[in-house]
Structures are given as C-alpha cells and as structure tokens.
Design a protein around this ligand. Structure first.
Ligand SMILES: [Zn+2]
Length: 232
C-alpha cells in the first residue's frame, strides 16, 4: 500500500484517520493517528528519521504531535524514538516492561546489536493494559499482547474495528518471531487468539502492507500457521 495523506480530513469518534507510512529498509511502518492530539506509532531504526518527520509534518500541516507510542522496544521500531522525540518535541510511551531498557539504551535488549547500531536512550513513559490513547475525539485502547516480545502492545479502536498490532501479526497472517529475547511461543499464540477474537476489519501492522477489510481472516490464518509451525 502506498503512503496516504489526507490533509484536512479530521477524525470523528467512530471513524479514525490513520496515515500509514511504509517503513524503508529495516524500519518498521510508522502510523500517524490523526485527531485533535495526533499520535505517532513507532519510529523505525532512526536512519532516515528526517524523512519520516518531514512526512509527518506535512500531514499535520502545522499541528503538533502529542506523543509517540511504541508497539514494543525492538530497535527497528524504537531506534528512531529519541531523535524523533526531539525533532517533534513529543514524549515517548512504551509498555512498562520496556521503560528501563529504553531509558538505559540497552543495545542487547532492544536488538540494536543485530543491526550493528547503538540504541540511543529514550526518556520513555509507561503504558499498560487498559490504558487509553485519546487522540481526540478518537480513543484507542491499549492491549497487552506478549509473545513476540513481553512488552508488545496493540492499539484497538472498537467502533471502526481498527487494529494496530505491532509485530504480533502481519499481513496474510505472517508470523512475528518469538525467538528473540523475552519472546514466548505460548504467549504469542494466546495473544493472536485474543486479536483474532476482536474481529478486526482494518489492520496496520508493524511491517509489510496494511489490510483494509476482513483483517480478522488474516489473523485467523496466521493463528493456524503459528500453530502449524509450533513452538521452537
Ligand atoms: Zn519486533
């Protein structure tokens, strides 16, 4: 899916506006949840953070970013967080499990070393299950979905059945890894079952294309695949 910009279209409570910026190279996708208090979800590795910031600023047409939310701590999602937080003047939020790891900039626990990079410390604030991301007037629920990582979260907007699952499930049911530090196969299956039960219609995953319409079928397909490959 190509990058979409809908300047001037404001979100309503039951129909959120999500701008989807496909990740370049190893970067995660980046989403801008538009509204009165826009939120950026994930930041990529940071190599081309300027590119994303310019895109975000163009989309928001002078409105400022209220906060940056990370779907989990992995470097391909969090590597750009410190630089983007400075540039966009916005605080960063991540699941409470990963707050200290990001504050210390731990290269091993973020996986920065896999990319031959260093993790710049991020002054992160905690999120947990049940929190609400109020973009105004649209409100997303924070779901704790461990498995790919203990700190994996998904954002869920029930009225429009819009799901932002991070790396828990990709398009076509692709399987997020569970063999990285803190990953857990049984938790991943349980989290995928939970996401499948939501009956999502639209999904913006951490990597690869977005799914618009019938996203739940992809999630169920992915659940079958992850069960077929089994725990390792
Ligand atoms: Zn990841």
């Amino acid at each position: 899916m190509s990058e979409r910009c809908l300047p001037g279209i404001m979100a309503e409570e039951d129909s959120p506006v999500v701008h989807f910026l496909p990740g370049r190279g190893y970067d995660s996708n980046i989403m801008v949840l538009d509204g009165e208090r826009p939120v950026v979800v994930d930041t990529g590795t940071g190599t081309v953070f300027e590119h994303y910031c310019e895109r975000i600023e163009k989309i928001l047409e002078g409105r400022s970013v209220d906060r940056i939310v990370l779907t989990h701590r992995h470097f391909d999602h969090s590597g750009g967080a410190a630089a983007m937080a400075r540039r966009l003047d916005a605080p960063v939020y991540v699941h409470e499990w990963a707050v200290d790891i990001l504050r210390k900039g731990e290269g091993e626990m973020t996986g920065a070393w896999l990319f031959g990079a260093t993790q710049e410390p991020v002054d992160a604030e905690p999120l947990e299950e049940g929190d609400e991301i109020d973009v105004g007037p649209v409100r997303y629920q924070v779901l704790s979905t461990p498995g790919h990582a203990p700190d994996s979260i998904a954002l869920w907007h029930e009225p429009s059945r819009t799901l932002i699952p991070g790396d828990t499930v990709y398009a076509e049911g692709g399987i997020g890894r569970w063999d990285l530090k803190g990953g857990d196969y049984d938790q991943l299956v349980a989290s995928r079952e939970r996401l499948a039960d939501l009956d999502a219609d639209i999904r913006y995953p951490g990597h690869g294309p977005a799914v618009e319409g019938g996203a739940a079928d992809h999630i169920r397909m992915g659940l079958k695949m992850v069960r077929m490959y089994g725990g390792g």
